[in-house]
Design a protein around this ligand. Structure first.
Ligand code: BGC
Length: 899
């Protein structure tokens, strides 16, 4: 018999088959699929062994849980013998069904990194700083004044011999700066912009790669190209301040461990025996761009046989490895390629190529027949202004790449250590014609696998979802950034907290955010203030309301959405310290003091939500969530004290800001949204407040006024309080300001501001006018959660108790979404046909659901053609206002109901 319960999507410490794991007690997890209704795993068993074949041999198991009941959260902590450094472990999960019969199983592996300080012999090396000539080449555009020269990208190489058969080789590698590694002329791995961006003062991540296949007997060479990256390049908007955030020049660290068939081991680590030279990269900078002079190529430099006598010995720059940490999230990778959709000649040897999509990454350009020394320049822009690039919004980011041809018949230029946000690229210096197929957009992103999709009948809403996904792609690059194009690209906290619920629908962002939270927690000051951005650079203010609060909200959301208790444990003290920081400075519990740089409801439109209302609402929210976190972690006293604090803040809020008629001070949509969403109002005032909110939306001709914070609550709160019609009206609104207004004007990403470009005013101030900011795209959570209908009940974690509430409305004739949750695949969708609605849902094994079937006649609802009472796995739970509520066991269901 084919086993019906099938584990899949196995992860270790939130990652699939991690190589170079640093956690001593990693968590193992899996999702489950089943072909049968009502089936749930009754028990599981985990086995861990050194070799896959040992998993079948009880005598050789390293760890065996034997049969256990399914865990409370979808993670099982490894609890076997201590893990050894640099060791691969194979594991298997086996499931048993309710009848006690063995069902499906699946295997996976994880491999540890170097777990102990004394495993390392490598040192940080680089070119000898006294020998490096730094010359800024002449610049041909004068939009900005660079305050620091850009230095050539160094090459480092080390020749070594391999004697005897190699059974296994790993390289553990990092840079202060960026590295690209090669062995014998072949690139190692596919990580981009490695090792990523963290607060390098505290943590520098290293990666591990399997290079067994790249080595050969005899002469071998390991090589690295370095670039400044976030370490020593331009970051944020400090270009004019000559600020160096971490270091002055890139450094490299690698340790190659080669195991031979005879049991011997050879280690090649970075030290003074490496040699340093220069190649074709005259400079490369994340903000400024890259200059590649192909005439300077050091052909064969990373393979045996290259004459490196002209190179200098590398210098050992530092032996302090205390910040070295195993990578805990997914690397940046090339995730897509976009061929240009058109190329328009613009005269004087210029062409503008359109990639058809505002994207983040770089261009791969094929050049044909250019003479040696011919210079090609690429400039990047998100928008066109009168047919030419709109560059002003880049501020001091030059985002310009240069290539100098070697004179080959065909040359391909693709920058390696820079990144631009753009849809249009202007190519100068190619006499032409330039063919569209010679221009490709290469899309980079932290490789967070897609987990969800939302689809519906309306093309504008479909485009909105695409814009949200592209905003996520473009701004989830090593850290969650505000925008990818101008001299900013910082990990702004509020942007991240409002968007996380949407992001987690579209992709698996559990590891990405958990890793970033370490920089948020690490940046908390001694008084308990979280920062506004993490890693903390450029912006040194204390966390503002809603920005600092992200330090509480994000761990809580990761717990709720993914069941990640570890991120709560690791953040809890910081969360509590933040709440205490706000309380200490605001003893009357109205948050007026120590608000950092108060951004209010950032980029709200035409209104001003009072800042004390907003701040106090967030204070209450943080107290409430921290109380809940304390309860989850078993800190009973904290939980009680924080819950009491939350009650008091709530009272103070009502006293200070809420009228007897349910009006909230300021009267803005966001003021009502905060009060309702954060549960700040006494029950009897809730309907009135919701009515005031609805009235404001109506009075403005069904337009919104919300900024970054309010917008995430707008459609959810309206829907929750009986105004789904208004939520849909806002969704479909095409006049300014609205999501569809930008789409009507060609947006392929979410704009920073509602009025980034308007018919009346043209472009907003170039000072702050990004066309790729995800914050206003936080409506995506509602598309999945209420339009299609996938949600979980308020006490549920990791979507274990689903709340499926498809909401028929607006111009839509159908909508559907599916999502991989920690337990398995959830789907929910509806379509209208002949006065009926069909609702189709999938509930994964181990989860249960309450489904609200919209209908005017509950008695006529059918599932699979049967009356609901007769349908397997279905139990009627209640009936009210046009809804039949049913409880579902796991499985796939199709309901039809008259509407
Ligand atoms: C950023 C935002 C950020 C804000 C703070 C801007 O410069 O682009 O996304 O949240 O500053 O108000």
């Amino acid at each position: 018999m084919v086993p019906s319960l099938t584990p899949y999507g196995l992860t270790c410490e939130l990652l699939e088959e991690p190589l170079g794991l640093g956690e001593p007690r990693p968590r193992l997890s899996w999702r489950t699929a089943s072909g049968a209704r009502g089936e749930a795993p009754a028990a599981y068993r985990l086995r861990v062994a050194a070799r896959p074949e040992d998993l079948d041999d009880p005598a050789r198991l390293l760890w065996d849980t034997d049969l256990v009941e399914p865990p409370e959260t979808p993670y099982v902590h490894y609890d076997g013998p201590p893990l050894q450094s640099g060791t691969r472990y194979h594991w298997r999960v086996s499931l048993w069904d309710a009848a006690g019969a063995p069902s499906g199983e699946a295997t996976s592996w994880f491999e540890t990194g170097l777990l102990h300080a004394d495993d390392w012999s490598a040192a940080w090396i680089g070119p000898d700083p006294t020998l490096v000539a730094v010359a800024d080449p002449p610049r041909d555009d004068d939009r900005t004044e660079r305050t620091r020269p850009l230095a050539p990208c160094p090459l480092l190489r080390r020749a070594f011999r391999v004697e005897g058969e190699v059974v296994r080789a790993r390289v553990y590698v990092s840079a202060r700066g960026l590295y690209e590694l090669s062995v014998n002329g072949r690139r190692v791995g596919d990580h981009e912009l490695a090792p990523g961006w963290t607060d390098y003062h505290e943590r520098v991540p290293y990666q591990a790669h399997d290079v067994t296949e790249l080595l050969r007997e005899g002469d071998n060479v390991i090589g690295a190209t370095l670039a400044d990256g976030w370490w020593s390049g331009y970051v944020g908007f400090d270009a004019r301040r000559q600020a160096l955030h971490y270091g002055t020049a890139p450094q490299f660290l690698a340790q190659l461990v080669v195991d031979h068939a005879d049991g011997s081991r050879r280690v090649v680590a970075t030290d003074g025996a490496w040699r340093a030279g220069q190649g074709p990269l005259v400079y490369s900078d994340l903000l400024m761009g890259e200059r590649h002079d192909a005439r300077l190529a050091a052909t064969g430099w990373d393979a045996p046989g290259f004459d490196d006598r002209g190179w200098a010995p590398a210098a050992v720059l530092d032996r302090d490895l205390s910040a070295l940490t195993a990578s805990a999230d997914r690397p940046v990778r090339v995730v897509a390629e976009l061929p240009a959709v058109s190329v328009t000649p613009r005269g004087d040897g210029r062409h503008i190529a359109d990639l058809g999509q505002n994207m983040v990454g770089r261009v791969r350009l094929t050049l044909r027949g250019l003479p040696r020394g011919a210079a090609v320049r690429l400039r990047h822009a998100e928008m066109l202004d009168d047919g030419e690039l709109y560059l002003d919004n880049l501020r001091t980011a030059e985002a310009t790449d240069h290539y100098v041809a070697a004179g080959e018949p065909v040359e391909v230029f693709e920058p390696r250590f820079t990144l631009h946000g753009f849809r249009y690229v202007e190519v100068s210096g190619v006499p032409g014609p330039l063919r569209a197929e010679d221009v490709t957009g290469v899309v980079l992103m932290s490789d967070t696998p897609a987990t969800g999709e939302f689809h519906c009948s309306d093309p504008m809403v479909t485009q909105l979802q695409a814009n949200i996904v592209w905003g996520q792609r473009g701004n989830f690059v090593a850290v969650p950034t505000d925008c990818p194009q101008r001299d900013e690209r910082l990990g702004w906290l509020a942007d991240a907290q409002v968007f996380l619920p949407t992001a987690a629908r579209n992709a698996d962002v559990a590891a990405f955010f958990a890793r970033w939270m370490r920089d948020v927690v690490g940046a908390q000051d001694a008084g308990g203030a979280f920062p506004d951005v993490a890693p903390k650079i450029c912006v040194t203010t204390e966390g503002a309301p809603a920005w600092g609060d992200a330090g509480v909200i994000i761990p809580w959301q990761l717990y709720r959405l993914y069941g990640d208790v570890r991120v709560l444990e690791r953040s809890y003290d910081a969360m509590a310290a933040w709440v205490e920081h706000v309380r200490r400075h605001n003893p009357d519990l109205i948050w007026r003091e120590r608000v950092g740089k108060h951004y209010g409801d950032w980029l709200q439109i035409g209104v001003e939500t009072p800042r004390d209302v907003l701040a106090t609402a967030y204070f209450a929210r943080s107290a409430q969530l921290t109380a809940q976190a304390a309860a989850v972690l078993g800190r009973k006293d904290d939980a009680a004290a924080l819950a009491e604090l939350h009650r008091s803040i709530r009272e103070a809020f009502v006293e200070a800001f809420v009228g007897p008629d349910g009006r909230v001070a300021g009267g803005t949509q966001t003021a009502y949204l905060l009060a309702l969403a954060f549960d700040l109002l006494p029950g009897h005032l809730v309907p009135a407040a919701a009515a005031h909110l609805a009235a404001d939306v109506e009075a403005r001709g069904r337009h919104l006024t919300t900024g970054f914070l309010g917008v995430s609550l707008l459609c959810p709160v309206l829907t929750e309080h009986g105004h789904a019609d208004l939520a849909y009206a806002l969704l479909h609104q095409e006049d300014f300001p609205s999501w569809c207004y930008s789409i009507r004007h060609g947006a392929t990403t979410i704009w920073e501001r509602w009025d980034g470009w308007t018919e009346e005013g043209g472009f907003q101030s170039a000072n702050m006018n990004s066309f790729n900011h995800y914050a206003l795209g936080s409506v995506g959570d509602w598309l999945y959660g209420r339009v299609a209908g996938i949600d979980q009940d308020s006490g549920s974690v990791a979507y274990r108790r689903l709340l499926l509430r498809p909401t028929v409305g607006g111009r839509l004739s159908w909508a559907r979404a599916h999502q991989e949750t920690p337990y398995g695949r959830v789907a929910c969708g509806w379509r209208l046909e002949d006065g009926h609605v069909t609702v189709e849902v999938s509930v994964p094994p181990g989860a249960t659901a309450v489904l609200h079937v919209p209908t005017r006649d509950a008695a006529a609802v059918r599932e699979g053609g049967l009356p609901v009472e007769a349908a397997e796995g279905v139990r009627v739970a209640g009936e009210w206002r046009g809804v039949l509520a049913v409880e579902l066991a796991s499985g796939d269901y199709a309901f039809t109901a008259p509407l």
